[in-house]
Write a new protein. Structure first.
Length: 192
């Protein structure tokens, strides 16, 4: 259905995330992957959804050579805990600190998607509330050592071991926590 709707467009996914690439495959979308290096820095006064909207747009602005039938999709996800954004951890210690801070608490996973061509741009976003149980130091270290979550905002993947044993509750889109609010992307692409 979506494939037919998009047959006259060249869909470009600007993401190296294997999870986002898999979502596009699962939606049966023909797409190409193009990456541009962008320094993901945002003004410090931004909060929550403002951050992900800003970064999704920043990634889209790097593409200045779109053709008439190109549709560029960029995205950004953060974990928002106690008025602070958690990005991707740099090393084991940072991942441990992030997971220790998430332990026993609620946080938000916020994702923004930019859909852009030569003539328009639309940014949509989604937020999901996730609650972790109290995680032991042994559980946190086991997860980091075995799953190396250094490419994941907040140092965890809900679809991995830590999600199985550690997440008590989720309110909102599961797929948003994995990395993309797929239902919102589908709706926007169907409305092109």
């Amino acid at each position: 259905m979506l494939k037919e709707k998009l047959k006259n467009y060249n869909i470009i996914l600007a993401s190296k995330s294997p999870r986002r690439q898999q979502f596009f495959k699962d939606l049966n979308i023909d797409f190409t992957i193009k990456l541009k290096e962008v320094e993901e820095v945002y003004p410090q006064e931004l909060k929550g959804i403002e951050i992900t909207d800003y970064l999704a747009n920043l990634k889209a602005e790097a593409f200045t050579d779109l053709k008439d039938n190109d549709i560029l999709i960029t995205s950004d996800t953060i974990v928002w805990l106690e008025n602070k954004a958690l990005g991707k951890p740099k090393d084991h210690n940072e991942a441990f600190t992030m997971l220790k801070n998430l332990s026993g608490k609620k946080h938000e996973v916020i994702t923004s998607i930019s859909i852009k061509n030569k003539n328009f741009q639309k940014i949509v976003n989604d937020s999901t509330t996730v609650t972790f149980k109290e995680l032991s130091d042994e559980e946190i270290n086991y997860y980091i050592n075995n799953y190396k979550p250094f490419d994941k905002a907040g140092a965890y993947g809900i679809q991995e071991w830590i999600g199985y044993i550690g997440i008590k509750n989720i309110k909102g889109s599961y797929f948003n926590v994995v990395g993309l609010p797929v239902y919102k992307l589908y709706k926007e692409l169907m409305n092109l």
